[in-house]
Design a protein around this ligand. Structure first.
Ligand SMILES: [Ca+2]
Length: 88
């Protein structure tokens, strides 16, 4: 008896409407103050304080974790664009 064929399913991540994506790209580059292509904890803390949404280090870490799909402690633009429904 032969093994059943392997069926692979690929699910494309949801995409934002083009105008929202452009707005998010612009905001991302404003927040990425050192221009390395990723938002780190320090940059996220600054922007959250700037917009009056900083709620302490635990909330900061939770926000970062919710968007950091690679688990490397930073959020890249690509990761951010894949989580349009993440809590803010
Ligand atoms: Ca950066």
């Amino acid at each position: 008896m032969s093994a059943p064929p392997v069926v692979r399913r690929y699910v494309l991540p949801p995409r934002l409407p083009a105008d929202e994506e452009n707005r998010l790209r612009k905001l991302f580059h404003e927040v990425d103050t050192d221009g390395d292509g990723a938002i780190d904890e320090h940059e996220l803390r600054l922007i959250l304080r700037d917009i009056g949404r900083y709620r302490g280090e635990r909330a900061l870490a939770a926000t970062l974790r919710s968007a950091d799909r690679k688990g490397h402690g930073m959020v890249e633009l690509r990761e951010l664009l894949q989580v349009p429904n993440a809590r803010r």
